[in-house]
Design a protein around this ligand. Structure first.
Ligand SMILES: *Cc1c(COP(=O)(O)O)cnc(C)c1O
Length: 458
């Protein structure tokens, strides 16, 4: 997994730490990354993952569910689709939720046992279903039509746990694109539509191998009570189905993920413990032990354990506005650039030597390298005045940011490094998770091998 690089990071004197600055815990890692050249003129942007932080987030999740022995916690691979990160999570005892053939491949490469992998996706092909069944990974059908496909593809002795995703239609949160349990969501069987509930009961009646119900209410912007209500409706449906079939056919409930992340300061809230409290209040029977449980968390495990560092290439003034032109833009902070109101990020200012910048606050636009005017990750943000060679740090970007880059302007995928700052003697140790994309790789992925393809068509 790449050579370990070590550095003795002298701790920042506390006098230089103003309480308003975010995530002081990363200061030593930022300075070490600059000193070791992981960030600099020729490596102007990179993502970083705090492995101790990831381990402690997983520990908090397990602790919150400690009273429920039959729970499989899976990590939603799309939140950080990097093999070393997935392997770290497997090492922490987690399973993996995947939603595409690519994510399934990454989960297998990362070393998750097939029985700890769950495949969800609203558009699984027959080929994908066949592979999942052959591997023995759990599959949650997204529709009754998909159940018919599984009928045709399933081998009698397949070990795969099979479930059906339902949409409890409990409503959405504050970000429409992150709300999966609205009336018209594309996911699952819309339970409150006319005839749907009865059709679901009959689907279970007809298929003795169908043993799991799945729901994922949503994600960032969804209040805990909404998520808990969706889980409660799913639990009640399982009870109803088991009662009507006269047997405990449904043996497990996959309750999804989606715990929102606080992007406004360093505190972690809501906590997993608060989530479990909300579930207990909404569905007291959920932890009775009658159902094995599966969870699927992504953002809440990784977001606060990662950051992006990017060099300031130029600064300029335009129309009375100060602008810092950096290497962190829409290619690595895509959601924030396109939906700045929904995905605001905290930003830190660091000097060219990687130490926190001091100075009176100045409102500055933090812009990226992409060639469109909206490529700005923060508008009018008050920070110490930035200059060429300084660095900006985008906090809380451990999930869905540097791990899911966008290929706009043929900008390279940024490098990603993992680090440990709690190693003995205050050392910060880095390991390569992914190299920055090379120009050769960009050319190859842009059809270089077929350079003549269109001119020879005539
Ligand atoms: C994305 C997704 C998750 C994880 O969502 P987070 O908000 O990252 O926790 C879980 N389950 C399903 C089905 C998903 O699509």
């Amino acid at each position: 997994m790449g050579a370990a690089i070590t550095e003795s990071a002298r701790t920042t004197p506390s006098a230089s730490v103003t309480p308003r600055r975010p995530a002081v815990r990363f200061d030593a890692a930022i300075r070490a990354a600059v000193r070791q050249g992981l960030l600099g003129e020729s490596r102007p942007v990179a993502g970083f993952v705090d492995t101790d932080g990831v381990r402690s987030s997983v520990a908090a999740l397990r602790e919150a569910f400690a009273h429920s022995p039959g729970v499989l916690h899976t990590f939603a691979a799309k939140a950080s689709s990097l093999v070393p990160v997935l392997r770290l999570l497997a090492d922490c005892g987690m399973g993996c939720e995947v939603a595409s053939p690519g994510e399934l491949r990454l989960a297998v490469e990362a070393g998750f046992a097939p029985g700890t992998i769950v495949l969800d996706s609203p558009a699984k092909t027959r080929e994908e279903i066949r592979l999942a069944l052959a591997l023995g990974v759990a599959v949650n059908a997204d529709s009754l039509d998909e159940l018919h496909r599984i009928d045709a593809l399933r081998n009698r002795d397949s070990a795969a746990v099979l479930g059906l995703r339902v949409n409890p239609q409990v409503g959405g949160g504050s970000i429409g694109a992150m709300s999966t349990a609205t009336d018209t969501s594309k996911f699952g069987v819309a339970l409150r539509d006319p005839g749907a509930r009865e059709a679901v009961v009959r689907a279970f009646e007809a298929r003795p191998w169908l043993t799991r119900l799945h729901a994922h209410v949503g994600s960032q912007g969804c209040p805990l009570e909404l998520i808990a209500a969706g889980v409660a409706r799913t639990y009640e449906l399982a009870e109803e189905i088991n009662e009507r079939l006269g047997t405990r056919r449904i043996t497990s409930l996959d309750i999804g993920g989606g715990l929102p992340v606080n992007f406004t300061d360093d505190t972690t809230h809501p906590t997993y413990a608060a989530y479990v409290d909300a579930l207990t209040a909404a569905a007291p029977g959920l932890f009775s032990g009658r159902y094995a449980l599966v969870t699927e968390f992504g953002r809440s495990l990784l977001a606060k354990n990662g950051f992006i560092g990017a060099r300031v290439e130029y600064t300029k003034d335009a129309g009375g506005r100060r602008i810092a032109l950096t290497h962190a833009g829409a290619q690595t902070a895509t959601r924030t650039v396109f939906m700045p109101g929904s995905w605001p990020l905290r930003i830190g200012a660091f000097a060219a030597d990687g130490t926190p910048k001091e100075g009176p606050p100045l409102a500055q636009d933090i812009a990226g390298p992409c060639c469109f005017a909206g490529d700005v990750v923060a508008h009018g943000r008050e920070l110490p005045e930035l200059a060429e060679g300084d660095f900006v740090v985008l906090y809380d970007t451990g999930a869905y940011y540097f791990s899911t880059p966008w290929a706009y302007n043929s900008l390279p995928r940024p490098a990603v490094y993992g680090f440990r700052s709690s190693a003995p003697e205050g050392e910060v140790v880095f390991a390569t998770v992914r190299e920055a994309q090379t120009m050769d790789a960009i050319a190859a992925e842009s059809g270089l091998a077929y350079a003549d393809a269109l001119t020879v068509l005539g």
